[in-house]
Structure formats: C-alpha cells, structure tokens
Design a protein around this ligand. Structure first.
Ligand code: NAD
Ligand code: ZN
Length: 353
C-alpha cells in the first residue's frame, strides 16, 4: 500500500492507495456518523461492502448512474437528504463511486454547513488516477460542464484496485487515457508504461495508479487553483481531445484524450518540438488503447477547441504537447493554422489505413 500526503493552502489530503486500502481505512470510518453518496451501478455491485464498512443503518443517497446525474437538482436533493438525516458539522460525506459521484458529493460536502469532512472512495480507474485527487468538485448546469463548482480537498482518498475488477472494458480504456497522459508528463511513468507487458493487466494498473496520483498531487501542491499555469499541464491532449469529444461523442473521455494527444503530437512534430523516437513511443502506447480515427470534419470539430479554458484573451488555441520524457511544451496557434494541422493529420492517418 502507498500513502501520499497532498498539502495545499486549503487543506491536507491523505491518499491511501493499493490493495487492502479499502478494508483497512474504510472501516476506520465506522465509528462516526457518515453520509454515503453512490450511484445505482456501484450500489448494485458493492451494497454489501458499503453496509459492512459503514454499518447497516448508514444514510445513503443513490443517484442514477451516469453524467446526466451531475446536476444542480441532484446536488440540492443530496443536501436535502443530509438535512433530513440530521447530518451535522462533525459528520463525514463519503463519495463512493466514479468521478460523477465524487464531483457532486464533493460539492455537497463543501456547501453543507460551510463544509463537512469529505472522503473519496473512487471506484473507476479514471476516478482513482484523476478526479478523486486535487479537490475539484462540480455539477453541470444547462449545457455547460462543471459550471457550478468549488475547490474542496478531501480529507482522505481511498483508492483500492479491488474495485477495478468489475469495471467494463470501456471504463478501463477511459482510465488508461489519463494514465498515458501522465506518462507524457512524467518520465518514470513513461518508462513503466513502455516496459509493461500488458498495460490492461489489473495488477499493473493497481500499481501504476499510485505513480499517477503522486504526479497529480505534486502538480496540485504547487498550483492548486491553476494560477501559475502548472496545473494546466494536466490538460495535455485535452484541447483537441475535448473538442473531438464534444463533436463526435460516443467514445469514452480517456479515449478522446488519447486521440487528441495523437493529433497534437502531429503538430508538435511539425513544429519540431518532439523527437521522432519519443513520439513513436507515445504513439505505440496510444495505439495499444484506441484506434485513432481519420476524422473528416476536423474544421467543425476544431471550433469546439475555441471554448477551451486554457485559451487566453487573444483567442489563440493553446495546446500542451509532449516534448521529451518528463517535459512538455505549450503551443499557441491561430484557429486557421490549428484547423489546418488537424486536417493534415487526418489525411496522414487516411494514408495509413
Ligand atoms: N474533479 C476532477 O478533477 C475531475 C477530473 C476528471 C474527471 N472528472 C469528472 O469525472 C466524471 C467522469 O468520471 P468517471 O469516468 O468515473 O464516470 P462515472 O462516475 O460516470 O463512472 C463510469 C461508469 O462506471 C460505473 N462504475 C463505477 N464504478 C464501478 C465499478 N467499480 N464497477 C463497475 N462499474 C462501475 C458507473 O456507475 C458509471 O456507469 C465526469 O463528470 C468528469 O467531469 C472530474
Ligand atoms: Zn481528462
């Protein structure tokens, strides 16, 4: 088991990761009064684990599974149920589920009586390596993702690979998208990914999770609120990936991050920012998780990149691209140039098919 401590100006998060973390740390919460938030899928699979860890009479809110539950309405209904259950300042909110549960329960914990102790128990690979760590909480509003949110550090995160056993393949690929992103930011993670026999192996994933969490915790410790620009690097692959996600939908978020990273590596090569060898190494990892499509409507899709929050007031598209092991670079491009690169990359992919 690995223990990682994340210290920020607003609080300290103790992160327990590895096999046995849930058995050891969740039971320590049994003595106090807890309020559990989960979703229908997770509850169906882990009802017994929840009741045996927190007691049969624990107060629990079960949201319908999926992103569509990350709403203001559900946030208020969680808070209402907490009030009805007599939750007070000394109680703990336990987010038991994927990133959707983590984000909405985290925000409820932040708002209720100006803040309750929050424990994240992430059950998806994406939530373990990414969303449960770093203190970002939010709900969507209208069509805007994460419009209402706050920074609120969990007191504890319990990331146990035991939960990965029931994850559908799509959710594993989704988490791997973020894991390979960490590989592009951190030389040690890149080496481990490149040397692994099978990156889908659950034992391997259970171990690399700790490296990814450490990488994220290091960044968040230095730039909790994304003010210095460092936390932006966690968005590698996301400018283009997110634009494709909004336009093409269907694939998982992590797969789009990898597709975005592939297109952005094409741009990095044209700009002579990345060596062929390193680029080939990253592409091999990307291809092991997702087949990168040769998209036809790149110009239309590229328009969504204009909405990216990394873009400055000058209207340029900002990309974080891999440069060499453990190092990335920032590129700013006018929209026409950016869209032309995406379409050239799509054409080069077409030739390969
Ligand atoms: N706060 C942050 O820093 C941050 C970072 C990245 C993403 N996010 C947010 O996270 C959300 C996505 O998270 P996600 O990918 O975990 O999605 P999710 O929470 O919707 O979970 C994906 C699916 O897996 C199911 N599931 C969860 N655990 C399972 C298990 N152990 N076995 C079987 N099925 C299981 C869920 O019911 C759901 O159907 C988005 O809303 C995104 O905005 C937040
Ligand atoms: Zn992401």
């Amino acid at each position: 088991m690995t223990e990682i401590v994340l210290n920020t100006q607003t609080g300290t998060s103790r992160i327990h990761c590895g096999e046995g973390a849930f058995a050891k740390y969740a039971r320590q919460l049994k003595g106090g009064k807890n309020f559990v938030v989960t979703d229908t899928n997770v509850f169906a699979l882990y009802k017994d684990a929840i009741f045996s860890a927190f007691g049969d009479d624990v107060d629990i809110k079960i949201l319908p599974a999926g992103e569509r539950s990350k709403t203001y309405g559900n946030l208020i209904s969680i808070i209402g149920e907490m009030a009805r259950a007599g939750i007070t300042r000394d109680c703990t909110v336990i987010a038991f589920g994927g990133g959707v549960v983590g984000d909405i329960a985290g925000l409820a914990a932040c708002l209720y009586m100006r803040g309750l102790r929050l424990v994240q128990i992430p059950t998806t690979l994406l939530a373990q390596v990414d969303s449960s760590v770093g203190g970002k909480t939010a709900v969507d509003f209208g069509k805007v993702k994460n419009l209402i949110g706050a920074f609120y550090q969990p007191a504890e995160v319990i990331a146990d690979p035991v939960f990965l056993k029931t994850l559908p393949a799509r959710e594993i690929r989704c988490g791997l998208g973020e894991i390979i992103k960490y590989g592009a930011l951190d030389g040690g993670i890149y080496q481990k990914l490149s040397a692994a026999e099978n990156i889908f192996d659950l034992n391997f994933l259970g171990k690399i999770t700790a490296d990814c969490i450490r990488c994220k915790a290091d960044v968040v410790e230095k730039d909790e609120r994304e003010t210095s620009g460092l936390r932006k690097t966690l968005n590698l692959g996301h400018t283009t990936g997110h634009a494709f996600e909004l336009f093409y939908k269907r694939k998982s978020h992590g797969e789009f991050v990898l597709i975005g990273a592939y297109y952005e590596l094409f741009i990095a090569k044209k700009k002579e920012l990345v060596s062929d060898e390193y680029r080939d190494g990253l592409i091999k990892l990307i291809n092991s998780v997702v087949k990168v499509p040769s998209y036809k409507n790149t110009v239309e899709a590229a328009k969504f990149a204009k909405l990216d929050k990394k873009n400055a007031a000058d209207g340029k598209i900002t990309l974080i691209v891999p440069a060499s092991e453990g190092r990335c670079a920032e590129i700013k491009l006018g929209f026409e140039e950016y869209a032309a690169y995406l379409s050239d990359c799509a054409k080069s992919l077409e030739k390969k098919l």
